[in-house]
Design a protein around this ligand. Structure first.
Ligand SMILES: NC(=O)c1ccc[n+]([C@@H]2O[C@H](COP(=O)([O-])OP(=O)(O)OC[C@H]3O[C@@H](n4cnc5c(N)ncnc54)[C@H](O)[C@@H]3O)[C@@H](O)[C@H]2O)c1
Length: 354
């Protein structure tokens, strides 16, 4: 095989899953990791002794950017820093995989798109829940028209986070660096799934509040979401649902309904399709991997699904193709979230996205 694709990771919170995925890949070589926090670097060494001593460790991002053996960098730093670090990497000639949300303002996200065009490098964004088998099956059924014309949807992210979780790192639950609370940070995955399954959003009408945390941002939002295709959904996000419950997703059309609880099938009913076929599909999906394995109601450290995105960006570079989720696609969830905040700050007035 020709030279392996060199991989570097910035930020060793969730970034350690990126590092592990790159380390495990045949076609890639995990060259370096970078974190400004010595405790994070020490923890990484303790958790993954097999990566050392070959791994180069940096505390300064500029130093990692100067390493010519690195082709791709994962940016896994606080959300409000993403665009700055992504653009620095692109200008240094690297391709990038960036964590969700792409950033916390549309201007910052747009700067990534511009920088990507200017440099001709690739940018991929993490939305790992799209790859959950039952989510993929639901998306395929909707795209194939099996539910008919979409009428309504319900999306609820009933999670729980402690004040200790928000205190760690000093950026979570701040408007400046997290860009929001339960919606921008935890429920962004489900906002993405909602628009991916139900189509482009026309408008939102929302309320939000801070109910049970010592933070700046909201810890609960509720929205009525109207889609360009005329369907309407409700969307709830919260980090107050003690002790951390499920993510529930339901879509109803003229010809059927699909509901997933934690990614497992609660309802799979399609008009004019044989009961036998539906039961078969339902059984196949129940045995599949639910969202419980990829996102977390109670434990922020229990996350899966990153290997797909790391493998995808490595293969995208090798094959010179677009990655699975690019920045323009990732901006759709951001645009919806910012519209929810605008609506909630203005007494629930309808905010039209367009
Ligand atoms: N895809 C998912 O399911 C998922 C899960 C958790 C977090 N995230 C996202 O990942 C990002 C990071 O979240 P986290 O929970 O890992 O945060 P964190 O605070 O635990 O970790 C971020 C790390 O980045 C380091 N860092 C920041 N700026 C740096 C710099 N300039 N140089 C070197 N190191 C620097 C910090 O020292 C810290 O260790 C956020 O955008 C978050 O939304 C995604």
């Amino acid at each position: 095989m020709s030279k392996k694709i060199g991989y570097g990771v910035l930020g060793l919170g969730i970034g350690r899953y990126h590092a592990k995925a790159a380390f495990d890949m045949e076609e890639a070589e995990l060259v370096a990791v970078c974190d400004a926090r010595p405790d994070r670097l020490e923890k990484h060494k303790r958790e993954y002794p097999e990566m050392y001593p070959d791994l180069t460790v940096y505390t300064k991002y500029e130093d990692m950017l100067a390493n010519p053996d690195i082709d791709i960098i994962s940016v896994a730093t606080p959300s409000g820093t993403h665009a700055e670090y992504v653009c620095q990497a692109l200008r240094a000639g690297k391709h990038v995989l960036v964590e969700k949300p792409i950033d916390i303002t549309l201007e910052a996200a747009q700067s990534i798109v511009e920088c990507m065009k200017d440099t001709g490098k690739k940018v991929a964004c993490v939305f790992q829940n799209r790859r959950t088998p039952n989510i993929l099956a639901m998306k395929e059924a909707i795209d194939n028209g099996r539910l008919g014309k979409l009428i309504s949807g319900e999306f609820s992210v009933n999670w729980y986070r402690t004040d200790d979780y928000f205190a760690d790192g000093g950026w979570r639950g701040t408007w400046a660096m997290d860009g929001g609370g339960s919606l921008m940070n935890q429920a962004v995955h489900t906002v993405d799934l909602m628009q991916w399954m139900m189509g482009d959003v026309y408008s939102v009408r929302s309320v939000m509040g801070l109910y049970n945390h010592d933070i700046e941002t909201e810890d609960m939002t509720k929205s009525i979401v109207t889609f360009k295709n005329g369907a309407v959904a409700t969307f709830t996000s919260t980090t107050c649902a003690y002790p951390g419950l499920s993510t529930d997703i339901g879509v109803h059309g003229t010809d059927g309904s699909i509901e997933l609880v934690w990614g497992d099938v609660r309802t799979w009913k399609i008009r004019n399709e044989s009961e036998e076929k539906m039961l078969e599909e339902e059984a196949a999906m129940k045995s599949g991997e639910g969202l419980a394995n990829t996102a977390t109601g109670a434990d922020p450290n229990k996350v899966g699904g990153h290997p797909f995105h790391v493998q995808d960006i490595v293969h995208a570079v090798m094959e010179d193709r677009d990655p699975y989720v690019g920045p323009v696609e990732a901006m759709k969830a951001l645009r919806i979230i910012l519209a929810v905040y605008e609506s909630a700050k203005n007494g629930g007035k309808e905010v039209v996205i367009g």
